[in-house]
Design a binder for this molecule. Sequence first.
Ligand SMILES: Nc1ncnc2c1ncn2[C@@H]1O[C@H](COP(=O)(O)OP(=O)(O)OP(=O)(O)O)[C@@H](O)[C@H]1O
Length: 417
Amino acid sequence: MNLTPAEIVRELDKHIVGQTAAKRAVAVALRNRMRRKKLPPELAREVTPKNILMIGPTGVGKTEIARRLARLAGAPFLKVEATKFTEVGYVGRDVESIVRDLAEASYQLVMQEMKAKVEGRARSLAEDQVAALLRISPQELRTGRYYDQYVEVEVAEEARLPMAGMLGGEPMQGLQEMLKGLLPQRRVRRRMRVREALEVLKNQEAERMVDKEEASQEALRRAQEEGIVFIDEIDKIARSKGAVGGPDVSGEGVQRDLLPIVEGTVVSTRLGPLSTDHVLFIAAGAFHVSKPSDLIPELQGRFPIRVELEPLGPKEFERILLEPENSLLKQYSALLAADETELHFTPEAIEAVARFAHQANQELEDIGARRLSTVLERVLEEVSFQTCLGRVEITKEYVEARLKDVLASPDLSRYIL
Ligand SMILES: Nc1ncnc2c1ncn2[C@@H]1O[C@H](COP(=O)(O)OP(=O)(O)OP(=O)(O)O)[C@@H](O)[C@H]1O
């Protein structure tokens, strides 16, 4: 991975419409990580990430930009809502769960990658086993002729801690994972189709082939050096001026708890002690009521890069429907094509969907691009209910007919859109 900031922005452009300032900021942050790796170690240690504060209304692409960036970089990613920590039952120390969850996300990511690398070998081992059970050769098995037959295979059943379910909570999950390797694995025989057995056994073999110790170490390194933590709703824990002594007090407490993690601290996780010095934090909020300057000064200083995201209008909605690689329209088309319905929208129909979504945002509540899903669902409800329709053309008149009544009645639209 050696993308320039311009190339990173171009990659993000494939999924997110507009919001250039935010894309540029995250692109620079990612490039700086690559730059840091080229520095002499003493200097590299000193260079800490410049965290980003994204300011913009809900549903305009803040999370999406961060998530896509992480995927592009193969970086462990975690999203948390800052307000979660103001809820009753959370005490300060719990913000450390952010770091533990990042470690977990990192481990899952690394395991997935490592398993993918041995997939070919694991698959052929699985084929050998199933072929032996069926008393045929692996070559015969690969013809696919036996895939719908049933076989009985021995699979490892995950040992469950009897109490884990009762107590719930994240610490128990870590414990569960830790004990997984220690407790004897119960093996049970299960009957399933050959097709499924091959998948199950392949996974089991891949899991066995991966060196868990190596995976843990790589996951720890990855979380520390490449981790990205997205903290949403940061504005909700900022104290707005004038609300002295109000319910915001706990918000300030959370800010104080977050501070050491953002500044760089070491938290013990199941992968070992994890230093947050080089984790990139991206905080986001609408800041309708409070302002970034209402955050405690120490935290403000830790988010030196501020970017504003634009509210989205009908023009952007049109582009969001059409342009992203897996846009909503492409998703619907693919789904319905599986049932032999070929979906076509006229340009005027797309314009109408965008216009209605914008109108609903203004009349109800502005939820940004998320509104497109509810509007489209309504437009396509009838078509989705049917199968094998052949070619279906969605026109502006059709869109209007599907949405007019709903929008005319505020009560109805509150429920449907
Ligand atoms: N500019 C955009 N281009 C393409 N899709 C977008 C854009 N903005 C939002 N979306 C889509 O809308 C949905 C919500 O966006 P996202 O999760 O990024 O919202 P957000 O700005 O982070 O808001 P919140 O803070 O409420 O989570 C996602 O499915 C996303 O793909």
